[in-house]
Ligand binder design. Structure first.
Ligand code: GLA
Length: 388
């Protein structure tokens, strides 16, 4: 990557390389912006950025994937406007840094990513967090503030009203562990996963156009649910504050669709806590059952699944060694995540690929979800993957 950097930018100072991972969420979907619980793991799929100062006051960003070079005046990044292309992520982060009082100087950046785009594995957050580290270039910044700053870039600049999960796990991911995040107080705890099992993500290879607008609709529907519930329980500020028992008492007062959205969120929060308990007890069958319940709730109550995701879940459940399966991420395409016996992984990969190809004529890409470390500077440059 250092060679590629010098080829692109010439004999500049030696670049430093920063890495931020994508994620797969095991359970707790569409709960983060309702201030509830999520349980993601950071992946070894990641975005790498090689960065070195440039003396001419320009911020140059080259994307190897897109083979595009873009140039900005570092001095005007605080007033940057979105252009609706991939550079909105790094430029949005630069603008938030400047607004947070962190000057951004001219620099050359070369981006290499192994996180597939649009697959529900959080390529956006990986790009935001790696951009923030590259622009900070080693300056100290509180990790939680860094995650929040990247979320602000996505909300305010890219225009996607996302929760905190993706940026948080990209910063705080840990090898060998899942991370339970409390999206109200921004605390987390590491969750041990039982031995002998593995998680595998299977990519539908589709991203339906609906995903952005439906996400906004769900955010609004959840706000409407809170408003309705607060007329009975005035202390309720978010769906996180609503217990399943309280919800049962007020559901009939809400419009039917709003009630189903809220039921998903309230029951999903409870499922995250039960999943963590099951994981701690080594109850793999219980974990799998909760994943399937989560999927059915997303499919029928929250309505963010799609035919391809439902097909992959059902196909997975029919295969040997599988305990549970669900869609992961925002929905309307992207990936499923399946919990299975490690020794059944090879036959699962072959079986699910065959079934999906038979149904849709497309070979799904399949990723093993090895829990990995969160973002940081890469010291061992030999660990950076070469260009695919
Ligand atoms: C996207 C958002 C996250 C979260 C998930 C759904 O990935 O970026 O904040 O809301 O969808 O759980």
């Amino acid at each position: 990557m250092i060679g590629a950097f010098h080829q692109r930018f010439g004999p500049t100072p030696q670049p430093r390389v920063f890495r931020a991972p994508g994620r797969v969420n095991l359970i707790g979907e569409h709960t983060d912006y309702n201030l509830g619980f999520v349980l993601p793991v950071a992946l070894d799929l990641a975005t790498y950025i090689a960065a070195a100062p440039s003396p001419d006051g320009k911020l140059r960003i080259y994307s190897e994937d897109r083979q595009q070079l873009r140039e900005f005046d570092a001095s005007s990044l605080g007033a940057a406007e979105p252009t609706h292309e991939w550079t909105d992520y790094p430029v949005g982060v630069a603008r938030e840094l400047v607004r947070a009082g962190v000057p951004v100087a001219g620099a050359n950046l070369l981006i290499r990513s192994t996180v597939p785009d649009g697959a529900g594995l959080s390529s956006s957050a990986a790009l935001e967090v790696s951009s923030a580290l590259a622009l900070l270039a080693g300056r100290e910044f509180d990790p939680l503030e860094l995650a929040k700053l990247c979320q602000r870039a996505e909300r305010n600049f890219v225009g996607m009203p996302c929760g905190i999960m993706d940026q948080y796990i990209s910063v705080f991911g840990r090898a060998h562990s899942a991370v339970e995040i409390d999206c109200r107080n921004f605390g987390h705890r590491l969750v041990n996963l039982p031995g002998g099992i593995t998680f595998i993500a299977v990519n539908t290879m589709v991203k339906h156009a609906l995903s952005g607008s439906a996400y906004r609709d769900r955010v609004r529907e959840c706000a409407a649910a809170v408003e309705g519930i607060a007329t009975v329980f005035p202390d309720v500020r978010s769906l996180r504050d609503v217990s399943p028992e309280q919800f049962a008492g007020v559901a009939s007062r809400l419009p039917e669709v709003v009630a189903r959205r809220a039921r998903h969120v309230v029951t999903e929060d409870a499922r995250v806590n039960r999943f963590v308990e099951a994981s701690t007890l080594g109850d793999v069958a219980g974990m799998g059952k909760l994943m399937l319940e989560s999927h059915r709730s997303l499919q029928h109550d929250y309505e963010v699944s799609c035919a391809e995701l439902d097909f992959l879940v059902d196909a997975a459940l029919a295969l040997d060694g599988v305990y549970g399966s669900r869609m992961t991420g925002g929905g309307f395409g992207g990936c499923t995540v399946t919990l299975l016996r490690s020794d059944a992984a090879a036959s699962f990969r072959a079986g699910v690929a065959r079934a999906y190809h038979q149904q849709y004529g497309v070979t799904p890409r399949i990723y093993s979800c090895e829990p990995s470390e969160g973002a940081g500077e890469v010291k061992k440059l030999e660990t950076i993957p070469s260009l695919a």
